[in-house]
Design a protein around this ligand. Structure first.
Ligand SMILES: Nc1ncnc2c1ncn2[C@@H]1O[C@H](COP(=O)(O)OP(=O)(O)O)[C@@H](O)[C@H]1O
Ligand SMILES: N[C@@H](CCOP(=O)(O)O)C(=O)O
Length: 322
């Protein structure tokens, strides 16, 4: 479930009246997603022909000071032809407003569905769009530090503590040492841009093999583009039993390189960065696992999925992109 805040019909109509999008016709809470409250909003549209939007109320893990970076990045990328939703600005030109004490933004609705079991052809498409996004974002004027970098993952795991991690799975505590090793990597010489860093299939909308939307930019940050490729690889190229899907992995990298070839230093560091990327999700999922009551409505994500994927990258080592 992902509607944490109740907004009544009057609240929604008043909120929408601040935008030049016609009158509110309907608003349905969206079940997918875990972090924010989202509604699919229909209005009469500026011209009366009807229009659809996503209304988001920011609930968790978002510093409102970062909203100009996230929402401005959407507009910058959309201007350059990337498939991302534009932010709808209110009549005063603001990208977000306060509602019930929380920040709210109206975002363009994009068509498409998230692939449940991505094919290699779809992985190729997302690789190409990711590289397109990295090139398009390179002159975005704002920056944001990665609040979930490898040092942060290590700090989260340390705060959980080996004893509590072991209550989730006996294989988890050893990940602490591996997280420290990832945090010691020097990525400063790698190409940088604005990066999504959470490009799981559920954050991508597709029609067939075409990418129609990259969404959920709320972990976006300035940093090595290789980390973004590694996160996407770890999220797209394994089956439900966490077995590596070599066809998807090859297609993803091929799609990426069809737009932006990797540098030798990026190839050399790929497996190490992918291991660090896995540990970032091990850390946030382990923290959520320990913090979420058993009877909570939110479905907890299994940190062990990414321990298994970490093991794959550890074994594959330098050979993966050779
Ligand atoms: N711009 C958009 N166009 C169409 N659907 C969207 C858009 N943004 C979000 N959604 C829908 O809302 C769901 C949750 O959005 P998301 O941003 O991933 O939420 P959360 O941050 O809570 O994970 C998505 O799975 C998708 O179905
Ligand atoms: N993709 C992350 C969780 C982040 O949640 P999101 O719904 O905001 O993408 C994971 O799988 O652990």
């Amino acid at each position: 479930m992902a509607v944490y805040t109740h907004l009544g019909a009057e609240d929604l109509a008043r909120l929408i009246s601040h935008y030049d999008v016609g009158e509110l016709v309907s608003a349905k809470g969206i079940a997918e997603g875990v972090s924010n409250s989202n509604w699919l909003v229909e209005t009469t549209g500026k011209d009366g022909a009807g229009a659809r939007f996503i209304l988001t109320l920011y609930e968790r893990r978002i510093d409102y000071a970062d909203l100009p970076y996230f929402l401005g990045l959407l507009d910058h990328l959309a201007d350059k032809g990337c498939p991302v939703p534009r932010t709808i600005h209110d009549r005063e030109g603001a990208a977000f407003r306060m509602e019930h004490g929380k920040a709210a933004a109206l975002i363009e609705f994009l068509p498409g569905v998230s692939p449940g079991r991505p094919t290699a052809t779809q992985a190729r498409s997302i690789g190409a769009v990711l590289a397109q996004m990295h090139l398009a974002a390179s002159d975005y004027p704002l920056t944001r530090a990665n609040a979930m970098d490898f040092a942060a993952s290590t700090a989260i795991l340390e705060l959980c503590g080996a004893e509590r991690l072991a209550t989730i799975d006996p294989g988890l505590p050893e990940m602490l040492a591996h997280a420290r090793a990832a945090a010691a990597l020097d990525l400063s010489g790698l190409p940088q841009s604005q990066t999504h860093t959470d490009l799981f299939p559920d954050n991508v909308l597709m029609r067939g093999n075409a990418v129609t939307g990259l969404i959920d930019f709320y972990f976006a940050c300035t940093g090595p583009t290789l980390l973004d490729l590694a996160v996407t690889h770890a999220a797209w190229c394994f089956d439900a039993d966490n077995r590596y899907r070599a066809d998807c992995g090859a297609a993803l990298v091929e799609g990426y390189e069809s737009v932006r070839p990797l540098e030798p230093a990026e190839r050399a560091l790929f497996a190490d960065v992918a291991k660090g990327a896995c540990l970032r999700f091990v850390a946030s999922r382990a923290e959520d696992w320990l913090d979420t009551p058993d009877d909570a409505l939110v479905t907890r994500k299994d940190p062990m999925q990414f321990v298994k994927r970490w093991r794959f990258y550890d074994e594959a080592g330098d050979g993966l992109l050779a």
